[in-house]
Design a protein around this ligand. Structure first.
Ligand code: CMC
Length: 466
């Protein structure tokens, strides 16, 4: 792919013809015309820089807050067609992976690009299984959190802390270090997640059980009580594994972009992944499934759905679990989760919130307000209902999202490091502030005497715990 291609000005004999992979831009400020190469449906933003209004002009930039129309990388990991509702990992459709694969096999696929052979998978599963323990000091570190610390905050800190236990991971170009970091992250994040949960519950931490599957071991670390050996219900173990597959990667979303952005400074992968955990914590990203459950509880019953939707249309409420930056159609992951719901309820207590959710979906999909804005259920709309049926508390939902997404973050981090076009991420800005002001002594400053402090006080929150 030609980069920084010299563009030729039309008028010097060069004529762009229909069918050329070029874009002709006329700068009306100067009357100059430029021809830019179009490749893979994009122009190179740096090709705009030559477009200048005067000799000392910096050159044209693209303004794209929130990166809504900017490709930040070339990636071969996950393909999404948001209009058609298609999701593929390394070319394999998500529904086939959910039906026929396992989470650890999908993690291998994401990291290495191909489905493993039997021997490769056995080695991979062995390595992940045998790195699930965390250093006892990490356990003590987690014990230092307040009893009601949000488990996502604990996970964020725990993943960041791992970097201090594996300082050799700083050698990010060493293939062995990279492999070990991938294994350790995928193996230890469930352990940190379960420890955070047990901490909140005031229960002793349960160490990993190497005889169980990845999802079975997670259920054991969460729910084992006094039994000698925890036997997960195979239906729930499978349902959780499918949820893990569904959340494994989703191309350049907010948290993946954070991992890539932070990783572009060549920091170690644990620190880069900790940035991903932080981004996932937000209510507009991974925190949405928690918000969906709170919303469903607030609605209380299917009869209240029309009123709630009126509130959404009047912009008093937001319909959590609906809408997506990329999907402008039904999120395929939401459909797969919906299909697994009845199986889960066979093995657990029925969750009446599902009726409110189905009523919300039915009415919203029947309403022009939502369809005209292409607002459909996303992955978070039904996942929380399944987590709740598995008796996982609401505060753990985003943590459960982070477990499988770790394999996506690791694969994206590796791909970025192998990409010779990538450099430290450093967007530009349009400066809109004051310029060249002379500093004045404090007594000489004029202007309205407005003391800036916190806004009007709200009633003091009851202090919880010690
Ligand atoms: N409820 C009500 N209105 C909405 C919603 C919603 N959930 N989402 C978008 N809209 C409206 C929005 O008000 C705007 O309307 P208008 O054009 O009249 O002003 C229009 O739809 C376009 O919305 P937008 O805010 O420009 O869309 P976006 O691409 O910036 O936002 C989103 C995407 C996911 C942040 C947003 O849809 C949202 O807040 N959804 C609820 C939170 C949620 O479920 N997040 C999980 C996303 S999937 C999991 C993940 O990737 O982490």
């Amino acid at each position: 792919m030609a980069t920084q291609r010299q563009t030729s000005q039309q008028g010097d004999g060069t004529v762009a013809a229909p069918g050329d992979d070029t874009l002709t831009i006329t700068d009306n400020r100067t009357g100059q015309t430029y021809e830019l190469e179009v490749s893979e449906g994009t122009i190179r933003a740096m090709d705009l820089r030559q477009i200048k209004a005067s000799d000392d002009d910096f050159g044209l930039m693209a303004y794209d807050p929130a990166f809504t129309n900017t490709a930040s990388c070339r990636s071969a990991i996950t393909y999404i067609d948001g209009d058609a509702g298609v999701l593929e990992h390394r070319g394999y459709p998500i529904d086939q992976l959910c039906e026929r694969s396992s989470y650890l096999e999908v993690a291998y696929l994401l990291v290495f690009g191909e489905l493993p052979t039997t021997a490769q998978l056995e080695r991979w599963v062995f390595d992940v299984t045998h790195h699930t323990f965390v250093h006892e000091d990490i356990k003590q570190f987690l014990e230092g959190f307040r009893y009601d610390a949000h488990p996502m905050g604990m996970l964020l800190a725990g993943v960041g802390a791992l970097s201090t236990f594996y300082p050799d991971a700083k050698q990010i170009d060493d293939p062995e270090e990279r492999y070990m970091a991938a294994i350790r992250l995928i193996a230890k994040v469930p352990t940190l997640a379960a420890f955070a949960y047990r901490h909140n519950m005031g229960l002793p931490y349960v160490y990993p059980d190497n005889d169980l599957s990845y999802s079975g071991n997670f259920l054991s670390m969460m729910f084992k009580k006094t039994e000698r050996h925890y036997e997960p219900d195979p239906r729930l173990e499978r349902a959780l594994d499918v949820l893990f597959i569904l959340h494994a990667d989703h191309e350049q979303n907010c948290s993946t972009n954070a991992v890539r952005g932070v990783g572009s400074s060549q920091v170690d992968p644990y620190s880069a992944v900790a940035a991903g955990v932080a981004a996932l914590y937000g209510p507009l990203h991974g925190g949405a499934n928690e918000a969906v459950l709170r919303m469903l509880r607030r609605i209380e019953s299917p009869e209240n759905v029309p009123d709630f939707l009126e509130g959404v249309k009047n912009r008093e409420e937001r319909l959590m679990g609906f809408g997506h930056r990329v999907y402008k159609n039904y999120d395929p992951r939401a459909r797969i989760i919906e299909q697994h719901m009845d199986e889960v309820f066979e093995a657990t207590e029925y969750n009446p919130l599902v009726e409110i959710a189905r009523e919300l979906e039915k009415r919203a999909l029947d309403d022009d307000y939502f369809t005209s804005r292409k607002l459909y259920p996303n992955v978070d709309f039904y996942s929380g209902i399944i987590y709740e049926a598995l008796q996982i508390p609401t505060e753990m939902f985003t943590v459960i999202f982070a477990i499988p997404r770790t394999s996506g973050w690791v694969s994206q981090w590796m791909e970025m490091n192998d990409d010779s076009e990538q450099k430290i991420a450093r967007p530009r800005q349009i400066y809109v502030g004051e310029r060249e002001r002379d500093y004045s002594q404090i007594g000489d400053r004029e202007g309205p005497e407005k003391i800036i402090g916190p806004p009007a006080r709200r009633p003091k929150r009851q202090r919880r715990g010690a």
